[in-house]
Design a protein around this ligand. Structure first.
Ligand code: ZZB
Length: 258
């Protein structure tokens, strides 16, 4: 599974994260690293998700940068030559996902350039980096979670302001219009992020329609097909130093759980 690892630079740590990070990163810039299969949707990022029960680490990439992800992902990165010394993982600190909520980060290529970290129930520690960038226009899971968070901000212990960015139209398809995920959530009568089975079906439908029939509505490749834009956006992000290739060893990937 070949992902694009997107580097989301920390702008402001949440107060709980700030006290844990203090003095431990040696002046490095810290990035939350999100693994995505859909780089062409990055224009539509509205927030980023972590699992509140997941343990994350901050790992030195080199003298200037550090990456926040699961230790499993850091090990994979080390063997893929992402860090300065191949095969070597240098962990600077460990932090609970719950403490990251409320952190403000940059969203590379995003029409909304700064977004907040929010909690999601279905983040798997065993897939990607354990950090998920949220595109509620095109990802049914992201849209369902955003709606949950807005409805029950207090229950999820978030400031409503952190979930206030609306979905951005990024891709249009004949079947679902300019907002694929909201259309599918409605069509499949999905009520919340807990509707795992219908969400898996919605994801499959969104992937297929987006990939085969989608057209870009925004960005440098506006008007081009998703199939063409996907590789171009990915290369542009990598060239700009905002992303890197991240592969997951086949057979260890736990995907499409439902
Ligand atoms: C942005 C994005 C935009 C994504 C979209 C999807 C869609 P898959 O197909 O099951 O392998 N993801 C990445 N890591 C995790 C994790 N640890 N736990 C839960 N979800 C995770 O899923 C790959 C996608 O699942 C990734 O691509 C990421 O969300 C999320 F418009 O990144 B994606 C129709 C899907 N659309």
């Amino acid at each position: 599974q070949e992902y694009t690892a997107v580097k989301m630079e920390v702008v402001d740590w949440s107060p709980t994260a700030a006290s844990e990070i203090e003095g431990k990163v040696g002046g490095r810039k810290v990035y939350l690293v999100a693994a995505t299969l859909r780089p062409e949707t990055m224009y539509g990022q509205t927030n980023c998700f972590v699992g509140t029960a997941i343990k994350y680490g901050v790992f030195a990439a080199n003298d200037k940068e550090a990456y926040l992800c699961t230790s499993r992902a850091a090990r994979n990165m080390a063997f893929q030559g992402v860090f300065s010394e191949r095969g070597k993982v240098e962990q600077l600190l460990e932090i609970d996902g719950s403490k990251l909520v409320g952190t403000k980060i940059k969203a590379p290529f995003g029409i909304n350039p700064e977004v907040y970290v929010l909690p999601m129930e279905n983040v798997l520690a065993t897939k990607g980096t354990g950090v998920v960038t949220s595109v509620p226009s095109d990802s049914p899971d992201d849209y369902a979670t955003l709606v949950d968070l807005r409805k029950k901000a207090e229950f999820y212990k978030i400031d409503p302001k952190w979930a206030s960015i609306d979905p951005v139209p990024v891709i249009t398809t004949p079947a679902y219009g300019d907002m694929t995920a909201p259309a599918l959530v409605k069509q499949l009568k999905i009520n919340s992020q807990k509707d795992i089975k219908q969400l898996a079906e919605a994801k499959e439908l969104a992937y297929k329609e987006g990939f085969y029939n989608g057209k870009m509505l925004v960005g440098e490749f506006k008007g081009e097909s998703v199939q063409d834009a996907k590789v171009k956006v990915r290369s542009a992000m990598i060239e700009a130093g905002l992303a890197f290739a991240y592969a997951e060893p086949e057979g260890l990937v736990i995907s499409r759980s439902a």
